[in-house]
Design a protein around this ligand. Structure first.
Ligand code: SAH
Length: 394
């Protein structure tokens, strides 16, 4: 297998800059690629099947292509996969892989078996720009977007590695974009990768079995609905703007009212569909029964499911996990208001694979981040969003 070592910001891996990486091209992208070279467009489907279904990265093995075409592809193109740096297995069966994307950058992906399901959690960016105060990825700052090839490569690699493990129960049935990064701030690359997850000739996942989780980039929620309406999860974490402004600073750009309106639009065409609202429970911060009642009122007219996430601690987070009793009380208030609510099981915490613990190995990019690392373990101040403004516009 080839490895990627020279990836530049915002581009897919290019082992050899002269050769196009076909891994991240959608069906349309491949059709354009072949048409531009005087080949018939149906080659795109053949390539998709070889690359994503057979998981073959060597053109010489693609036996239903002519010898000439195989040789030409060998000269002009490549199927370039990132390198797995390490594998960590939890006692509960969860597996975390550290994946190298460029010389100093790693991302993490996690497989969570929960028979009959097997969920793969993948990353969309190296680091994250959103500064949610309870998330360890935020502490690294934002490094760069992953290319579509680097995003779909996670699905490709996990399927291949689980297959090699030879355990049929380890099939991936669901994919969640809940790893590192904010997927809607890497919109085009994420949508291309989603199309490859759904495409029958590639990975063939049902739309509802792929979930994108966002902190709430409102215009991009509408854009996703137009382009590729997979299941939507929204990281809410607070029932009012005052508290949410502190925990999820993106809320200052897109307050709860606008966010919930976008959520209603997202599911308006399908009466059975619901948005999943994630709510991380932080001891003494957002976990009282009064908060639960406020949340129930807020969600009364939104087709909603609530996922309560016990906080996963990391060094110097400044937060504590809510007591089990408080989590149950919070859930019971929502259930009494007829809101479908589940408490997410914590998985893989012995290997730091739980929600919000994915860290990769991003080099600190600025003194600000180094200072933040050495800070005392007090609850972090609300930090303003430091995104390039164009990332926040529709
Ligand atoms: N940026 C996206 C996806 C990444 S975070 C988003 O915000 O949704 C995936 C989920 O893990 C989010 O709901 C996030 O709020 C939650 N999370 C982050 N840090 C956590 C922590 N320390 N403990 C528990 N959940 C956490």
């Amino acid at each position: 297998m080839d490895t990627a070592d020279d990836t530049r910001p915002g581009t897919p891996p290019t082992g050899n800059a002269e050769r196009v990486n076909l891994l991240g091209l959608t069906r349309t992208g491949l059709e354009d690629y072949f048409q531009a070279r005087g080949e018939r467009p149906f080659r795109a489907v053949q390539l998709l099947k070889w690359i994503h279904q057979q998981r073959v990265s060597d053109f010489s093995q693609m036996t239903n292509l002519s010898k000439d075409l195989r040789e030409r592809l060998g000269r002009e193109a490549q199927v370039l996969l990132p390198e797995i740096v390490s594998t960590h297995k939890s006692i509960d069966g969860t597996i975390k892989w550290l994946v190298r994307v460029g010389s100093n950058n790693c991302i993490e992906m996690v497989f969570i078996p929960d028979a009959p399901r097997g969920t793969l959690c993948i990353s969309s960016q190296v680091g994250c720009a959103l500064n949610c105060t309870f998330c360890s990825t935020a502490r690294q700052g934002f490094n760069r977007n992953l290319g579509s090839a680097e995003i779909i490569a996670q699905v490709w690699l996990a399927r291949k590695l689980l297959e090699q493990d030879g355990n049929a129960r380890r099939a991936i049935t669901n994919i969640v974009l809940m790893g590192m990064g904010e997927p809607l701030l890497n919109f085009d690359n994420v949508v291309d990768a989603l199309e490859l997850m759904l495409e029958d000739n590639a990975h063939g996942f049902a739309r509802r079995r792929v979930t994108l989780s966002t902190a709430g980039v409102v215009p991009k929620i509408d854009a996703l609905r137009q382009r590729c309406p997979v299941s939507l999860a929204v990281s809410l974490h607070a029932p009012n703007d005052t508290l949410r402004d502190q925990l999820v600073p993106l809320n200052k750009h897109y307050p709860i009212r606008d966010l919930l309106a976008a959520c209603r639009r997202y599911v308006q065409d399908d009466a059975r569909e619901k948005v999943t609202f994630e709510y991380v429970l932080l001891d003494g911060i957002n976990d009282s029964k009064a908060h639960a009642r406020e949340l129930a009122t807020l969600l009364a007219d939104v087709p909603a499911k609530v996922n309560l996430i016990p906080f996963n601690p990391f060094p110097m987070s400044g937060y504590k996990r809510s007591a089990d009793g408080a989590i149950d009380d919070f859930r019971d208030v929502l259930l009494a208001k007829r809101i479908v609510t589940i408490t997410r099981k914590t998985r893989g915490d012995d290997i730091d694979a739980a929600c919000g613990q994915l860290a990769g190995k991003v080099q600190p990019k600025s003194r600000r981040m180094q200072l933040r690392k050495s800070r005392q373990p007090t609850p972090p101040d609300p930090v303003s969003v430091t995104l390039p403004t164009e990332q926040l516009q529709s």
